[in-house]
Structures are given as structure tokens and as C-alpha cells.
Write a protein of this length. Structure first.
Length: 389
């Protein structure tokens, strides 16, 4: 009889052991449950800080006892707290440090608490990567444990290999499949075909094919990150909804093209974290500093999934509708031939002016119309950004 417990049949149904571990670890982190992350002889019990309360902290301390947990932060978050770091750091937590103090250390613009940082090991760094994949707050509580202790937990705790986390994004991209497709006529009169993909993250990126693009020629393509606030509700804080509408119109004028609609809300930080960055912006930070203050990179997006979608659609040469040089670089390095760029300039209003200013001055977006509009109505922020005399 065939071996159904880890042989060929098991591999077909489950994937590799490391893929299963990371996938289940992601689900546990999203649900706020602890996982074990292993790297060589290092075994860490890890809990995401997202949703931390007094009771949850007490329970985690009891689970870790007699080891005291440490707080692991990204290097960017550490630097926002005045800690010089190039890699994630671990902060020792004394017994009098409560949940509110921890949350302040993770998400507030400033903190008055002083801690001596330690270098985070490979398992802790992998835990940070995993929690960022889960799009929750990029911070974890960790404590050293042993395989014997792990085996005694009931219910059992998922174990994730640190190296598997590093490889997971590439594996997720290669796992991409087409889940369904159908023709979808739009109110604007544009006729489209939606091709819905699915990956190992559980995301459903969509290729919106406008008209009938000729794949033997360079195809106009817009890579668009999902933006619930802008695309659906017409938020004035960003230019996303306007860019999407303009892209649809441009592709219709070009007799066809493709919009890749990716699950990358808030430049890849997720919707809840995007709201947190908005709050930080309301308190005075710009869009770049708001992301890094929370511990994220300015842009957490990876365009490997977009490249794979284009390849599966048979599209290898594109004219990219973008103002963002990073998208051009990302696709070119992955083997997609960029034969041209089409700017996607949308109106500047009083609510998105500061956001667009930061994109132009700090993120390198090619927004000449923003520069021109700022010259008409300069303010102190714009002068400080060096955009106007």
C-alpha cells in the first residue's frame, strides 16, 4: 500500500513540511496565538503583540515561566525609539512592565521607557518576518523554551522553522494558481475579464483584463495595490482611487491592457496598520515616517507575485502605468521587459497634498504635476521638503 503519512500522497495534499509549518504559523499569528520558531539549537515561544491585554500578557508569562519574555522589535522601530540598530533587537521585560507599556513601545510615536537592547537571534528575526507576513503589528514577545516543553503544551503549538520563513515568499509566488475568471462589464462602459488568482498566503490577487490586449506586443499594465479607503469609498487622503479610474480609462483608450489588483493595502502593511499610520500622520508625521515609526519599511510590497501573474497570462513585455520607479526596477529585475512608462497623474487636493509631497520628495515618485501645484501654494512643510524655494 502507498505511504500516506509523508510520502508522495502526503506531499501532494499538504506540500512540504516547511511550507505547512509557515502556513499554519501565519494563521496562528493572525489569530493572536503563540507559535514556536526554531533555528538550530534555538527554540523560541513567540506571541504577536497585536491585541495584547493585561490578561494575555499574564497568561504568556505563565506559559513561559520560569523564563522572562523579551520584546522583539524591528530595527526601524528601534531607531524610532532612539536605539541604534541594523537588525531586529530584543528588549528584556521586567515583571513590572505592563501591557500598555509594551504597546506604547511598539506603536506610539514616542516612548519614555529606557531599555538595554540585545541582538535578536535568527529565530527571533524569523518571528518578526512571520508577523510582518501576517500584516499585524511588527513586534513579538519571545521566550526560550525546549522541545520537551513544547511537546507538553495542550493544545499543541505549531512549530515553524526559521529558514522556511525566509523561503516562504518565493514559494508562495510559485504556488500561484488561477482560481476563477469571468467577464465583468463596468458602469463606466469598460468591458473587462477578471482573472482571480490564489497564493499560499491565502490572498486573491486579480488580473483585470481590459478589452483584448495583443500579447504579441508590449501590453499597457497597471500594478495597483488594493486600497479600500480610496478605491471603494473615495478617500481624499490618497490618490489611489483616482489612479485606478484613470488607469481603466487609459487602457480602454489603448484598446486593451491589464490591471493587476494586488492585496497590498497600505504599501503592504495591511489595513489595520494603515489606519495606525494615518493616526500617526494626523499627529504630524508624513507617510514615510509613519510607516517606519511603526517598524515597517517605507514600502513593504514585493512585486514577485505581479511578475508571476504576468507570466501566467503570457505577458512578457509591458508599458507600465506608474509614477513609482520601484515598480519599474522590480519587474525588470524579475525578467519582465519594460518598453515604456506611462505617467498616471491625478488631481491634487487639500487632503492629499501632504501625502503626495512626501511621495515625490522622499519616495522618489515622478510627480511633476505635484511639484508644479506646490509652486503655486507653498507652505512651510513643502519648503522644508526642498520642493519649493
Amino acid at each position: 500500500m502507498p505511504n500516506n503519512h509523508g510520502g508522495t500522497t502526503g506531499s501532494i495534499l499538504f506540500g512540504t513540511r516547511e511550507q505547512v509549518g509557515v502556513g499554519r504559523g501565519l494563521a496562528e499569528f493572525r489569530a493572536g496565538r503563540p507559535v514556536v520558531v526554531k533555528s538550530g539549537s534555538e527554540t523560541l515561544l513567540c506571541l504577536p503583540v497585536e491585541g495584547l491585554t493585561k490578561d494575555r500578557l499574564t497568561a504568556f508569562r505563565a506559559l513561559c515561566a520560569p523564563i522572562a519574555p523579551r520584546l522583539v522589535l524591528t530595527s526601524l522601530r528601534a531607531r524610532s525609539l532612539g536605539i541604534e540598530a541594523e537588525e531586529p533587537v530584543a528588549l528584556e521585560l521586567m515583571s513590572d512592565v505592563d501591557a500598555n507599556t509594551i504597546l506604547a513601545l511598539v506603536a506610539d510615536a514616542t516612548s519614555n521607557h529606557v531599555f538595554v537592547p540585545e541582538v535578536a537571534g535568527p529565530a527571533a528575526i524569523a518571528a518578526i518576518d512571520l508577523v510582518k507576513f501576517a500584516q499585524v503589528l511588527p513586534a513579538v514577545l519571545v521566550a526560550e523554551t525546549t522541545s520537551t516543553m513544547v511537546d507538553a503544551f495542550n493544545p499543541s503549538i505549531i512549530t515553524v522553522e526559521a529558514g522556511a520563513v525566509t523561503r516562504f515568499r518565493e514559494k508562495a509566488t510559485q504556488s500561484l494558481t488561477i482560481a476563477g475568471e469571468a467577464h465583468v462589464p463596468l458602469n463606466s462602459g469598460v468591458r473587462t475579464r477578471f482573472v482571480v488568482f490564489r497564493d499560499a498566503f491565502g490572498d486573491d490577487p486579480v488580473a483585470v483584463i481590459v478589452g483584448t490586449p495583443d500579447l504579441s506586443k508590449p501590453v499597457p499594465v497597471r500594478i495597483h495595490s488594493a486600497c479600500l479607503t480610496g478605491d471603494v469609498f473615495g478617500s481624499r487622503r490618497c490618490d489611489c482611487g483616482d489612479q485606478l479610474k484613470l488607469a481603466l480609462a487609459r487602457l480602454q483608450e489603448a484598446d486593451g491592457g491589464i490591471i493587476l489588483y494586488l492585496a497590498q493595502e497600505g504599501r503592504g502593511v495591511g489595513l489595520a496598520n494603515k489606519m495606525r499610520t494615518y493616526k500617526l500622520q494626523d499627529d504630524g508625521l508624513d507617510t514615510v515616517d509613519a510607516n517606519t515609526t511603526l517598524g515597517f519599511d517605507d514600502d513593504e510590497r514585493d512585486y514577485g507575485i505581479a511578475v508571476r501573474m504576468l507570466q501566467m497570462l503570457g505577458c512578457n513585455r509591458v508599458v507600465l502605468l506608474t509614477n513609482n520607479p520601484a515598480k519599474l526596477d522590480g519587474l525588470t529585475k524579475a525578467g519582465i521587459e519594460i518598453v515604456g512608462r506611462m505617467p498616471i497623474e491625478t488631481p491634487v487636493n487639500s487632503d492629499n497634498r501632504r501625502y503626495l509631497t512626501a511621495k515625490a520628495s522622499r519616495a522618489g515618485h515622478q510627480l511633476r504635476h505635484v511639484i508644479a501645484s506646490l509652486a503655486d501654494t507653498p507652505n512651510d512643510d513643502e519648503r522644508e521638503a526642498g520642493l519649493v524655494p
